[in-house]
Ligand binder design. Structure first.
Ligand SMILES: [Zn+2]
Length: 246
């Protein structure tokens, strides 16, 4: 393949721009904010699950408490009824009186036991409510932190994309001055190895860092300036400059 030496030299500028674009893409993929966003999103999902569990527990305890309170009310109603019968003086048989009094005592014991149950449920419910509040406060904190990470990530994206657009703009201008066949070869090599062209500098290919053999250097020396030469080692297009050591 043949191409004007100036066109070949443009490949070096092109390779630099492509390397800059690669660096920008790599930076975009490896932003620390991305890991932060992922970690904080995971934490939020965990908190959402924990909040549902705590709210369910608080709700269940609320129902348990209502049930226990209604049990207390039922026993209290029976105690009141028995007490009224006792106070009315209508029960006169000593045996019935004794039985009534004994029932009142046992009902009061039952009431007191049930009230203990209510208190115990209330305590557990308060603890569950407190857990819900704490988890929701955590969720608010993590949500704010996530937003903050996302904002920083988006700011970095915007900055990288702006630089990327500049690189792309310069690249478009540059490739307009590179012959189609030379550009085609460059792109094919770039696809294969990431870099399409490298400078021959001091007898070395700067693409693969290999020092060329005397025979290869002699071959390149003998080649016409518009001959497109390749590195025998990495197959990249070798661009000759005054520093090539020829
Ligand atoms: Zn090479």
């Amino acid at each position: 393949m043949k191409a004007a030496p100036e066109a070949q030299k443009r490949l070096l500028d092109l390779a630099e721009l492509d390397a800059a674009a690669d660096r920008l893409r790599h930076r975009r993929r490896s932003l620390p904010e991305l890991a932060e966003v992922e970690e904080r999103s995971k934490r939020l999902a965990q908190l959402a699950t924990q909040i549902i569990a705590a709210e369910t527990e608080a709700g269940d305890l609320g129902r348990d408490q209502a049930k226990a309170e209604s049990d207390v009310d039922a026993v209290r109603t029976r105690v009141d009824r028995d007490q009224k019968r006792l106070d009315s003086g209508q029960v006169t048989s000593p045996k019935d009186l004794a039985s009534l009094q004994s029932e009142i005592v046992s009902l009061r014991r039952r009431q007191s036991d049930l009230e203990e149950v209510v208190l115990e449920i209330m305590e557990r419910r308060e603890a569950a409510d407190a857990r819900v509040s704490t988890l929701k406060a955590d969720r608010d904190t993590v949500t704010a932190a996530l937003r903050e990470s996302e904002d920083r990530r988006d700011a970095s994206f915007a900055e990288i994309d702006k630089e990327g657009a500049e690189v792309q703009g310069r690249r478009s201008t540059l490739v307009a001055d590179v012959p189609a066949d030379l550009l085609g070869l460059y792109e094919k090599l770039r696809e294969q190895s990431g870099v399409g062209a490298a400078m021959l500098h001091g007898g070395r290919c700067l693409g693969c860092r290999t020092s060329l053999s005397i025979a290869d250097l002699n071959r390149i020396r003998a080649a016409a300036p518009d001959e497109v030469v390749r590195c025998e080692e990495c197959r990249r297009i070798l661009v000759r400059t005054p520093e090539s050591g020829l």
